[in-house]
Write a protein that binds this ligand. Sequence first.
Ligand SMILES: NC(=O)c1ccc[n+]([C@@H]2O[C@H](COP(=O)([O-])OP(=O)(O)OC[C@H]3O[C@@H](n4cnc5c(N)ncnc54)[C@H](O)[C@@H]3O)[C@@H](O)[C@H]2O)c1
Length: 335
Amino acid sequence: MEPVGYGIVGLGQVAMKGHIPELLRIPETHITALCDLSGEALAQAASLVAGAKTYDDFDAMLEDEDVEVVLIATPNWLHAEQAIRAFKAGKHVFLEKPIGVDLDECDAILRAWSDSGRLLQIGHELRHANLMRAMREKIDEGMIGQVQMVVVQEYRFPLLPGWRQTAKTGGVMLEKNSHFFDLFNWLADAPASRVMAAGGNNVNKESPLIDHCFVTVEYENSVRAALVMCLFAEHGSQLTIDVVGDKGRLIALAQDQKLTFYSRQDETPVEWSFEPGADGGFHMGFKTEHESFVRSLREGKPVVSNGPEARETMRVALAAERAVRDGTIVDLLPE
Ligand SMILES: NC(=O)c1ccc[n+]([C@@H]2O[C@H](COP(=O)([O-])OP(=O)(O)OC[C@H]3O[C@@H](n4cnc5c(N)ncnc54)[C@H](O)[C@@H]3O)[C@@H](O)[C@H]2O)c1
């Protein structure tokens, strides 16, 4: 079978460090086209991808018949407009997170997707990361019993300069923490019912955005999940995902690519290690998310991290942003 032809729009850091190196390692994919407004970005990306056609006009790339999937990796406020145009052109869409900057944009994308009959996957790659998939498999096998609590702690450096530090992103909860809310929803496996939060901007004064927070999300099945985020932490780049069930506990340390299981019966912990990604750093699922998308395209497997799931993630993220800003508990039910 012919490899799936990808056309990538937005050749910035996530495309250059995440998608392109990993797509080049997948024989079932072929990067046929590259698009960016910046000639420099186009030239840099073209130097990595032999033979790809280059476009500075998105609509021209959409006319390219060798492009089967459009991978959108432009800034957040362009996602809706570009995804809708890609669906109208008959393309499948792999859309970086977040799925738009508000629910109106999200719903417009979902309508265009549904009208097109094409596939949509959102770049919430933590669901695809080897570390997290292993955790999920062990939970599904019953290793820790029923999930009760999920705690994610992220301590790291400030947001990169430029557009990420502006409100145009939709806010930190959407732009960055949507990864963690997506993980919460996936591990809790039930609709979120309410969100409580405290946080603010205490240190990173160059940006108006939240630089630390404590967010709690409650689910209809009584699972509770908490995010502790600090964007001004020395000795940063630490991400821990700690899941406690009624029979055991699983802790994933992203920085060490290590998963540890603790049970009540046996005092000796069990440990598993995972390989880093193409850039030598965390393997956060950039390769496996595309392998999964290709299986959906070629074998009809369900899309993991689909549009409706991303909408639920967005609802939690927007509620968390509001809970911090207004100091209120945000009830997510009824919609
Ligand atoms: N999944 C992840 O872990 C992850 C990590 C980083 C970023 N992201 C997401 O990926 C997206 C891109 O982030 P980034 O950090 O790569 O940004 P970036 O600023 O480094 O790159 C964006 C690129 O888009 C190009 N661009 C802007 N407008 C364009 C247009 N109209 N047509 C064509 N090209 C255009 C810019 O020239 C730039 O090269 C964002 O939505 C971000 O949230 C996801």
